[in-house]
Design a binder for this molecule. Structure first.
Ligand code: HEC
Ligand code: HEC
Length: 318
């Protein structure tokens, strides 16, 4: 009787501990967020067909995009180097060559009209605290503002028509690389870390990087974490739903919603998986070979076993 009671008490306590630790660890520390399939349902729909030529005029002119951003495919270089831009805006504005495919068109349109709203950083930049988001809102160029925005989006899409050109690496660099480093891929927020012949050049690069990171810290309140192992630590589902809406996990987080299309998010995930585990693909083929070997080996053992039994046991029966 006593042992029975003891056993029951032990079982109950084990279950209770399991419930308190394991279950709440999952629901509270690791809450499950279902994404919205990159639909950006909270943003304004703008169902206008854009005019590419007019969009080009606006992007280079009244829209002022090239006043801050480079558009390398259109021959527009950055007005400032990365360090100067970070000292001015807190972060270097990304090149817009691929913006038309990397970012969702509805998100882009909303971004142009009201960046802090589209990026979900109004909790940091608003009229009450007098802080303005570094990317200015486009106030219109005298015509129908929604038409003008659609024109600019159409232009950005037209220069970025080559989908294949956006590799997983480029998607990461454009969408995340101005804020996040990736040590495993030698990626720094200033670009890929070059190999230097002279120590002075290496030190100069390191100084520029530290300056850039200081600007980032000032702008975001903290240095964004290195993403080399993040996907292994947190899972692809986490990273994907976090990027789609960082606030669904961390209230008041300084990381903006990035506004990717589902397709480019998949590219970013692929890049993070590849760099986080350089042997990822090899492991799969090694796995297949191992299975094939085991199947072969089992077949051999069966045949061999039959042979043996034939010799020693089935002799009499013959
Ligand atoms: C005054 C400078 C400035 C102007 C003008 C400007 N931008 Fe930006 N833009 C920025 C900065 C700074 C960022 C980075 C903000 C951040 O990462 O927090 C940015 C970010 C972006 C992004 C990336 C958004 C994302 O989700 O990661 C896109 C796309 C973009 N701008 C497009 C445009 C377009 C199109 C125009 C013209 C209509 C424009 N910008 C005008 C400064 C500017
Ligand atoms: C404007 C800068 C900026 C950009 C662009 C940006 N991030 Fe972040 N990210 C941050 C900051 C800041 C944090 C730290 C957030 C916090 O601790 O609240 C962060 C945190 C994260 C985290 C960790 C979340 C956690 O649970 O701690 C992941 C994962 C992440 N970012 C992925 C990405 C990916 C992937 C991209 C590109 C698609 C991206 N970020 C683009 C600034 C940025």
């Amino acid at each position: 009787m006593k042992t029975l009671i003891k056993t029951i008490v032990i079982i109950l306590f084990t279950l209770l501990t399991y419930y308190l630790l394991e279950v709440s660890a999952h629901s509270i520390l690791h809450k499950h967020v279902e994404g919205d399939n990159f639909a950006y349902a909270d943003l304004e729909d703008m169902n206008k067909t854009g005019n590419v030529a007019r969009g080009e005029e606006l992007v280079m002119g009244a829209g002022a995009c090239t006043g801050c951003h480079s558009i390398e495919v259109a021959g527009m270089s950055a007005p400032m180097d990365a360090n100067m831009a970070a000292a001015t805006y807190g972060v270097r504005p990304p090149d817009l060559s691929n913006a038309g495919i990397i970012f969702d068109p509805k998100f882009l349109a909303n971004l142009i009209k009201n960046p802090a709203h589209a990026l979900k950083v109004e909790h940091k930049f608003n009229a009450e605290n007098g802080k303005e988001f570094p990317m200015v809102s486009f106030g219109g160029a005298g015509g129908d503002i929604n038409q003008e925005v659609a024109d600019m989006v159409a232009y950005l899409q037209s220069i970025a028509t080559n989908k294949e050109a956006v590799s997983p690496k480029i998607a990461f660099e454009q969408a995340c690389g101005r804020c996040h480093a990736n040590r495993y891929a030698s990626w720094t927020q200033l670009g890929e870390r070059p190999t230097f012949k002279k120590e002075q050049d290496a030190l100069q690069f390191q100084m520029n990087l530290l300056d850039y990171e200081d600007s980032l810290k000032g702008y975001l309140g903290k240095l964004p974490p290195d993403l080399s192992t993040m996907i292994r630590a947190r899972s692809a589902h986490y990273v994907e739903t976090f990027v789609e809406n960082p606030e669904s996990y961390i209230k008041g987080t300084p990381m903006p919603r990035v506004g990717l299309t589902k397709d480019s998010m998949e590219k970013v995930i692929e890049y993070l998986l590849d760099t986080g585990d350089a042997k990822r693909k090899e492991i799969k083929t090694v796995g297949i070979y191992t299975m094939l070997f085991l199947i072969n080996f089992t077949a051999l053992v069966i045949v061999w076993r039959k042979q043996l039994w034939k010799k020693y046991l089935w002799k009499d029966e013959e």
